[in-house]
Ligand binder design. Sequence first.
Ligand code: NAP
Length: 250
Amino acid sequence: MKKKTILITGASSGIGKATAELFAQKGERLILCGRRQERLTELKKEFKCETHLLNFDVRDRKAVFDAINSLPQDWKQIDVLINNAGNAHGLDTVETANLDDWDAMIDGNVKGLMYVTKAVLPQMIELKRGQIINLGSIAGLEVYPKGNVYCASKFAVDAFTQGLRIDLNPYGVRVCAVHPGLVETEFSMVRFKGDEQRSESVYNSLDALQAEDVANAIAYMVEAPPHVTVADLTLLPTDQANATVINRKK
Ligand code: NAP
């Protein structure tokens, strides 16, 4: 079978890293993206598969297009784009929230994902094939207290995914979204600005999803037969019923 070329944003940590590791084991060709170049370089050293690195901030429109346009000829044909880069910043009510946090979430989770999609899309349309997998969240399916703008950003990802699926329907490009509940990654460390105690308290009283669980769900979407689009996949820890109902053990 021909190897797939898979571009993963946010490959330096969490779900993106676990997805990169899984596809590296499968021997696919990987384009790994992120801001923390040294982490990507470590992965490239570890991986036995062909790997190309791109170092850019998804919020920087010019940097996104420059990076995608800089791909060498034999890396330009991307079979699968995994739009994973994103984070929550803060957990506050609207009146107490920090505007910089709002900018980071809207610019990264929403506009960044759109820029990368727009940059990668032309060759998929030309070849009339390809797959785009967006990292949504259950925060994009229901709003929880103090989730306001993070939830808005993930609702936007869901709407954009649905719109993209309609627009790309004539071209045979599969458009998918995965919506995880609580996944134990660096996500809460970023959300709580390095507060380890607060971050650990999110995960230490339940059996949270691991990044590898989400990577396996993504692989299922990629490996489905070409005539099958796994449009949406919601993944919860068994200890979690929805965004607010969690069976915490202590
Ligand atoms: P994570 O461990 O913090 O990883 C986030 C990744 O995104 C990092 O590799 C980071 O790389 C990259 N990233 C963030 N902002 C970026 C930017 N402006 N430009 C480029 N790269 C950026 O968190 P995670 O849990 O794996 O999150 C991955 C995705 O899953 C996110 O979209 C998140 O919203 C979604 N999600 C997470 C959970 C959860 O509970 N963890 C649940 C549902 C959905 P650099 O810092 O190196 O750039």
